[in-house]
Design a protein around this ligand. Structure first.
Ligand code: PHE
Length: 468
């Protein structure tokens, strides 16, 4: 089958717009909300180091694989995998990558919308002056009171979901492009403002030390590895087909390697920037770095509350965070949406509404995890929200990413690979095969085995016991 040079869903109008759209997908609440709180919960330096190594060695090659598969298939991830397994004469089971991605997308979007809703609520709270000269205590109690009200959470989750559905129903490449062009640079600027505040907050040295002083004994804790690796996948939007779906709209003449590098650098700088802005505020105000999901929602309002014109800047900050969440949410839904449109010739709008409703319903579980079901544990200590987050981010994304890299490097015809990546010399080809085909998948596998070893060992022991 001859593969298409354009996608039926539209095309990015230039390399730069692909960079913006992919950065719009990658930069989201994963960077500004999740990265700092995960680093805080997992002791800082060691987590940050593993995360950075994973972005460089695992994330970048896997993102290249995803984008190149997408551009070769020019369809939704499921259809792309179907086309590519057929044309390369590989086992149809590889299409599983596409299906697992769609499932992971549902899980992620379900709770993503809930947290994005928090950011939207904070737009109003900040604009109303709630945090003007507020103390750490006020910032914390405001957040706790908000989480305790299921109705408020549902209200904002619903609003976010409606906006997402409205935009994805119209198509990714229209409208979105203009908006991203405007908002991404503004978000950067406001992060810099926060950073300047953090530098002068009196806690900067401590913040930097927390993020970059590595406690090597932490490496002995298997959990930290899988969580930091999962975070690298999540933040780069990898392993579930989002980048594959966006790759389908990339023009032929775009160089995948350099483009992916640009996106990864942008994404990592926002995450590290957010950490550098938030931790000094934590230490300067005697807050707990390990307080979990509330970290950003307590520290950022506190900082803006003390700045001149803080309500204005703070409001703008949360507008931009909500917007960053929106551009990510759009990409999370794109694999499923594009697939249903292709497979059933369905109207984008109708598909968007159906997907949205399912995600919304699933998201209620996460809403209740913070109030009504706070004591309901799915596995161990994990609430519904924790569980959905853990399984999608730490298991499904790395597994999907590993399979994507293996497929792209070893199972696609060599000519396709060379064409897509523009590889001309043998040395580059060998390097790519080593990094993309061996090192990246092996790292994922090693982390899986290392982390899951106790679970595997316990299972084996139980089976042995049962067998007497
Ligand atoms: N990368 C996004 C963020 O950091 C989240 C995301 C995950 C987007 C998976 C697409 C796919 O917020």
């Amino acid at each position: 089958m001859a593969l298409a040079s354009e996608s039926r869903h539209g095309m990015w109008s230039s390399r730069w717009l692909f960079v913006l759209a992919a950065a719009g997908s990658a930069v989201g609440i994963g960077n500004i909300w999740k990265f700092p709180y995960m680093a805080g919960e997992n002791g800082g330096g060691a987590f940050v180091l593993i995360y950075l190594v994973c972005v460089a060695l695992v994330g970048i090659p896997i993102m290249m694989s995803e984008v190149l598969l997408g551009r070769e298939g020019r369809s939704s991830p499921i259809t792309t995998m179907r086309k590519l397994t057929e044309s390369a004469k590989r086992h149809p089971l590889w299409v599983f990558i596409g299906w697992m991605g769609v499932l992971a997308g549902f899980l992620i979007l379900s709770y993503y919308a809930v947290v994005a809703g928090w950011a939207m609520n904070y737009v109003w709270l900040t604009a109303a002056g709630t945090f003007d000269n507020a103390t750490a205590e006020v910032a914390s109690t405001t957040f706790d009171a908000f989480l305790a009200s299921p109705w408020q959470l549902i209200l904002w989750q619903t609003l976010f979901m409606i906006i997402t559905i409205w935009i994805i129903g119209r198509g990714v490449t229209q409208g979105l492009e203009t908006a991203i062009r405007l908002f991404m640079p503004m978000l950067f600027l406001l992060l810099v403002t926060l950073l300047v505040y953090a530098v002068n907050s009196g806690g900067f040295e401590q913040g930097v030390a927390f993020m970059f002083d590595v406690d090597y004994s932490a490496f002995a804790k298997p959990e930290i590895w899988i969580i930091a690796m999962g975070q690298a996948f999540f933040t780069l939007s990898l392993g579930m087909g989002a980048m594959m779906a966006y790759g389908a709209y990339v023009p032929e003449n775009v160089n995948i390697g350099s483009t992916v590098l640009t996106i990864a650098i942008l994404d990592t700088s926002v995450a590290v920037g957010a950490g550098l802005a938030i931790f000094p505020i934590v230490f300067a105000n005697g807050l707990d770095a390990a307080q979990g999901p509330g970290l950003m929602f307590v520290t950022v309002p506190l900082a803006f509350g003390q700045l001149p014109l803080g309500a204005v800047f703070g409001t703008l900050f949360f507008v931009l965070v909500s917007f960053a969440a929106l551009t990510s949410a759009i990409s999370i839904s794109e694999p499923a949406l594009a697939y249903l449109v292709e497979e059933y010739n369905a109207k984008r709008k109708r598909v968007a509404i159906s997907l949205g409703v399912i995600c919304w319903l699933l998201g209620l579980g996460s809403v209740f995890s913070f109030n009504l079901w706070a004591d309901v544990h799915i596995v161990g200590e994990l609430t519904f929200f924790d569980f959905v987050d853990y399984v999608s981010q730490n298991i499904m994304l790395p597994l999907g990413g590993m399979l994507i890299a293996i497929f792209a490097v070893w199972l696609l015809p060599k000519t396709v690979l060379a064409k897509q990546l523009g590889i001309e010399s043998r040395a580059v080809s060998v390097l790519w095969k080593f990094v993309g085909g061996i090192l990246a998948p092996l790292c994922v596998l090693a982390v899986f085995v290392y982390t899951l070893w106790p679970v595997i060992a316990e299972l084996v022991a139980r089976v042995r016991e049962l067998l007497g």
